[in-house]
Design a protein around this ligand. Structure first.
Ligand code: CP
Length: 311
């Protein structure tokens, strides 16, 4: 692959190859010397048109650990503010010969469009409600390490599915790896074309969590609700917030996940989120660096191989 735009384009074997490499980086990241030369001499530019803590920090750390020259574009201070378009901005940066562009954008499809215009490898760091492929890959690695496998698991994805690129990428990835997926949440927060996903749908948390191996919570994404469905947080927590009582319906060794940023007391009980016997939320963050190292390493190998040789 030239780019990493979504899970949609990846095969089961692409996913396994990437997770296997990420596993080796996860081990290396726990050693005192975390550095390698995999991206030495390459230039990575991070362009985040939407807020981020985890994704931006981990892509920057990942690039630096692999020896890339990493530049973070401060989009708030860029000429986007003077009316320059996304494509003109990308073409301007493209003319500086970057090797890797990491892009987050509020509009679905914006990153795919940009990838068609530039010469370098593009990694989607989240586009609108479309895809967040590295999030699904880091979730998959976290599940595989906690459960010892990534197939034939029963996985509940809970909450605001309709507005979630994380849910969409996870449904695609976990489906490709042959897991049973349940979507749990209010009908108003379910995507309209739910049938195409091959999942079971529940609007009752206790029924939806019955016997599952993995409980994946999502944030209420008010920034994408267009003034539509905004539930009272208290009522939402009562019905759909994960606490010990609702979790008791899942398998006794079920793990609890949340991509972050989380709203304690809205979609998840704070004590449960911090319970290291059940919650793998910090592992997800740790695996984020490893997965992004693996993704950039693999793309850079293809990218360098595709360059014309200098006579
Ligand atoms: N999970 C995630 O994408 O978090 P950030 O928005 O902080 O990057």
């Amino acid at each position: 692959h030239r780019h990493l735009l979504g899970i949609e384009q990846l095969s089961q074997s692409d996913i396994t190859t990437l997770l296997d490499l990420a596993d080796t980086y996860a081990e290396r990241n726990r050693q005192p010397n975390k550095h390698s030369d995999a991206l030495r001499g390459l230039t990575q530019i991070n362009m985040f048109f939407e807020n981020s803590t985890r994704t931006q920090a981990s892509f920057e750390i990942a690039g630096k650990r692999l020896g890339a020259d990493v530049m973070n574009m401060a989009m708030q201070a860029s000429s986007i503010k003077k009316g320059e378009t996304l494509i003109d901005t990308a073409m301007t940066l493209n003319a500086m010969h970057p090797d890797l562009l990491v892009v987050r954008h509020p509009q679905s499809g914006a990153v795919d469009l940009l990838a068609q215009k530039v010469n370098c490898a593009v990694l989607n760091a989240g586009d609108g409600r479309h895809e967040h492929p590295t999030q699904a890959l880091l979730d998959a690695l976290t599940i595989r390490r906690a459960k010892g496998r990534l197939h034939r698991l029963s996985i509940a994805i809970c909450g605001d599915i309709a507005h979630s690129r994380v849910a969409r990428s996870n449904i695609l990835l976990l489906g490709k790896m042959e897991n049973r997926i349940r979507l749990v949440g209010p009908p108003t927060l379910m995507p309209s074309q739910i049938d195409q996903f091959g999942v079971e749908v529940f609007d009752d948390m206790k029924k939806g969590l019955e016997g599952v191996d993995v409980v994946m919570m999502l944030r209420l994404q008010k920034e994408r609700m267009d003034g539509g469905f905004i539930p009272s947080e208290r009522e939402y927590y009562h019905r759909y917030g994960l606490d010990a009582e609702k979790l008791a319906h899942a398998s006794p060794d079920a793990i609890v996940m949340h991509p972050g940023p989380m709203n304690r007391g809205v979609e998840i009980d704070g004590t449960l989120a911090d319970d290291i016997n059940r919650s793998v939320i910090q592992d997800q963050v740790e695996m984020g660096v490893a997965v992004r190292m693996a993704a950039m390493d693999l793309l850079a190998r293809n990218h360098v191989a595709a360059q014309p040789s200098v006579a």
